[in-house]
Write a protein that binds this ligand. Structure first.
Ligand code: P6P
Length: 337
C-alpha cells in the first residue's frame, strides 16, 4: 500500500524546489485547493439545488454567465484574497482585473489569472467542467496596487499553473516548473491525495480533439490535418479517434494521460480563435511543456506571446509533440491565402 501523500504535504515538501518562496506560494496553492473543494461540493449538488442554469447576465466574452460560473468566481476570489499572498486576480468572469485593496494584499507578491469554471455550459447536462489558473510574480512595487503590466506578462514568466477537473472524480493537476503532478480528491477525508506523480504526455497519440462543427470555417491546413487523422495512411497510423468534451480542462487531461492533440484554430467568426490566452492557453501550455509536450498558436510558442489585453484570444494547438508538429506541417503546406 503506497504511502498517502496529501496535496498540502506535497506542496510543502516541494517548497524547497522553489528557491524564493518562503511559503507564500505554498499558501497560495492551498487556497486554490480549498476553493476547488467548495466548488466541487456545489457542482456535485447541481441539479438538486437551484445553482444550475444562467444568471441572465452575459460576461465580457458575451457568453451567458451560468450561476455556477459566478459562484466559482466568488469562491476563488475570496480564497485568494483571504490568504494575503495575492494582490490581484484576472478572471474570465470579470471585465477588469480585480485589485485586492487590503494593506496585506497590497504587500503580496503574486497575481493570479483564472477561468473559475471552464466549460460551464456542460453543467446542466452533467458533463465534466474545470477550473484553470496560473500564477505570476508581480512586476510592480510591493505595497502598491498591481498594474496592468502585472497581468499582461508572457506565459513563460508563470511561476505556477494548474487545472481542476470536476468529473467522475475531482482531480487537481499543477506545476511550479518542476514537473507535473495530479491529486485526486478523497471526499471521505476532504483532501486531495497524490494520484498521478510526475505526469508526462506521450510523444504520440491517437486522439484528436476539435469541434468539427466548425469544419467549413477552419483554415485549409486544419481541414487537411483532420482528413489525415480520418484517412491516414499507411494503415498502421490508424485508428485515430475523435474525442471532444467541450471543456478544455477535461479534453486536455485525457490527452495528457493518453496522448493526443487539442485544437482550437482561428475561424472566420473567431480570427484569433476562441480560447483566452491568459487564463486558458498559457496555463495549459506551461503544464504541457512541463509534461514533455508542446503548445503553439499554429506558428508561435504560446508561452512566448506577449499579451496586449486581459481577455485576448489565441488559436491553440496543444498536446503530444509529434501530433502538434504534424498539424504544423499541414498548416505550412496549406498557408491560408
Ligand atoms: P466550442 C469552454 O467555453 C471553452 O473555453 C473550452 O473549455 C472548450 O474547449 C471550448 O471553449 C469549447 O468551445 O466552440 O467548441 O463550444
Amino acid at each position: 500500500m503506497s504511502k498517502l501523500r496529501t496535496l498540502g504535504e506535497f506542496i510543502v515538501e516541494k517548497q524547497q524546489d522553489f528557491p524564493h518562496a518562503s511559503g507564500e506560494l505554498s499558501s497560495l496553492l492551498s487556497s486554490i485547493s480549498l476553493a476547488a473543494k467548495i466548488v466541487n461540493r456545489e457542482i456535485n449538488k447541481a441539479g438538486l439545488v437551484d445553482i444550475t442554469g444562467a444568471t441572465g447576465v452575459d460576461n465580457i466574452q458575451g457568453e451567458e454567465q451560468q450561476k455556477l460560473d459566478a459562484y466559482a468566481n466568488e469562491q476563488f476570489k475570496a480564497a485568494l484574497e483571504a490568504r494575503d499572498q495575492v494582490c490581484g486576480v484576472g478572471s474570465e468572469e470579470e471585465d477588469e482585473a480585480v485589485i485586492f485593496t487590503q494593506q496585506l494584499n497590497q504587500h503580496a507578491k503574486y497575481v493570479v489569472l483564472m477561468d473559475p469554471l471552464d466549460g460551464s455550459s456542460n453543467i446542466d447536462v452533467n458533463v465534466s467542467v474545470g477550473t484553470i489558473f496560473c500564477i505570476y510574480e508581480r512586476l510592480s512595487p510591493i505595497g502598491t496596487p498591481p498594474t496592468d503590466a502585472d497581468f499582461l506578462q508572457p506565459g513563460h514568466r508563470q511561476v505556477a499553473a494548474g487545472y481542476v477537473v470536476y468529473g467522475s472524480s475531482t482531480i487537481l493537476v499543477y506545476t511550479t516548473g518542476n514537473g507535473v503532478n495530479g491529486f485526486t480528491y478523497d471526499p471521505s477525508i476532504g483532501t486531495f491525495c497524490l494520484s498521478h506523480e510526475n505526469m508526462t504526455i506521450p510523444k504520440d497519440g491517437k486522439i484528436y480533439s476539435i469541434n468539427e462543427g466548425n469544419y467549413i470555417r477552419f483554415p485549409q491546413g486544419v481541414k487537411q490535418y483532420i482528413k489525415y487523422c480520418q484517412e491516414s495512411v499507411p494503415a498502421e497510423h490508424r485508428p485515430y479517434t475523435s474525442r471532444y468534451i467541450g471543456s478544455l480542462a477535461s479534453d486536455f487531461h485525457r490527452n495528457l494521460i493518453k496522448g493526443g492533440i487539442y485544437l482550437y484554430p482561428s475561424t472566420e467568426s473567431h480570427p484569433q480563435g476562441k480560447l483566452r490566452l491568459l487564463y486558458e492557453c498559457n496555463p495549459m501550455a506551461f503544464i504541457v511543456e512541463q509534461a514533455g509536450g508542446i503548445a503553439t498558436d499554429g506558428n508561435t510558442r504560446i508561452l512566448d506571446i506577449v499579451p496586449d489585453e486581459l481577455h485576448q484570444r489565441a488559436p491553440l494547438f496543444l498536446g503530444s509533440t509529434n501530433m502538434v508538429n504534424t498539424a504544423h506541417d499541414f498548416l505550412k503546406a496549406h498557408p491560408d491565402k
